[in-house]
Design a protein around this ligand. Structure first.
Ligand code: PMV
Length: 306
């Protein structure tokens, strides 16, 4: 019998990078992309099957050391270090696109292992286990990926504080546009940290924090024009931080030329995805304009009642 654990992708609406420095972040669960992990019994050994690896968990490649550490720690906490088992991971979250793939995979695996051993798993334990992998992936994770990929609601998050669930009910749609280029979260987070001593970087982070706070108010007031304007301003601040790319900038320019309410990169940047806020009746023309320059476009059909 297989014991399943699931999680989903996430989209940062506002506040990536600045969230690492204690400013707020607005993030949405992205249910269109999912991870399913299944733990099952085998006669001996501990194995893992996914698109990138098939074999002994002890021999996972360097790029998957975060996941290995999460599995090892989960089994240790359950006193099942040597239990024979196989974990199979199926994911529709593209990797390194700013959608929280690594946190979602770790979360689904932990849920599946705990399910397999019929052990209770509270949300804080789950988040602390995912943090093991996220810290290995990039040293200063804010925790936003772990929280959003394991939660069903939109959230307003400040690092090390209790997250606040927010009710999103907007007459607008969100397009998620994949450049097809791998994002570079680790490198981007590292570069922002190395340049933190510069006043221009601190100002850009502060601006992102203020824009995110205003965006929360715009959501509460259901003002989609204001939210869109703040998103585009955030993209410019992210450019100042040095975490955009020419492909992301190009997509933002096209979205604005075709009348989007707002657009910006999402996630770690330097590749990965950008998002476009638009009126429902603008969606089709925006998709047509962006499609030739994108690898894939998802749409969150509506931002009503998230
Ligand atoms: O690229 P992603 O999906 O891992 O998003 C990273 C978000 C950052 O703010 C850049 C980093 C963090 O830990 O919050």
């Amino acid at each position: 019998m297989a014991y399943i654990g699931t999680t989903h992708g996430k989209i940062i609406l506002m506040g990536e990078h600045s969230v690492v420095y204690g400013y707020p972040c607005l993030a949405l669960p992205f249910f269109e992309t999912k991870v399913i992990a299944e733990t099952s019994t085998i006669t001996k050994g501990q194995t893992l099957y996914c698109d990138f690896y098939k074999g002994d968990i002890q021999h996972l490649p360097t790029s998957m050391q975060g996941l290995k550490a999460v599995i090892t720690e989960s089994l240790k906490r359950l006193h099942k270090e040597n239990a024979p088992l196989n974990i199979t991971i199926t994911s529709s979250i593209p990797i390194e696109r700013g959608m929280g793939s690594s946190a979602a995979v770790a979360g689904a695996v932990v849920r599946s292992i705990y399910h397999y051993f019929d052990a209770k798993l509270d949300h804080n334990t789950l988040l602390s286990l995912i943090a093991i992998s996220e810290t290995l992936t990039h040293q200063k994770p804010s925790g936003i990926d772990a929280l959003t990929t394991t939660s069903d609601k939109a959230l307003y998050f400040i690092k090390d504080k209790k997250a606040q669930w927010i009710h999103v009910n907007l007459d607008a749609e969100l397009l998620i546009v994949d450049t097809g280029i791998l994002g570079k979260t680790k490198e981007a987070v590292h570069d922002v940290a190395s340049n933190y001593h510069k006043a221009s970087i601190q100002n850009a982070l502060k601006t992102l924090g203020a824009l995110t706070y205003e965006a929360k108010q715009a959501i509460e007031e259901r003002s989609v024009e204001t939210l869109g304007r703040l998103m585009t301003e955030a993209h410019h601040a992210l450019q100042h931080l040095g975490v955009s790319s020419k492909e992301l900038d190009h997509l933002v320019t096209i979205a604005q030329q075709y009348g989007a309410l707002g657009s910006k990169l999402t996630g770690g940047g330097r590749g990965g995805c950008m998002i476009v806020l638009c009126r429902p009746n603008q969606k089709q023309s925006l998709i047509e304009a962006l499609r030739p320059h994108a690898n894939h476009i998802w749409s969150i059909l509506s931002l009503i009642h998230i």
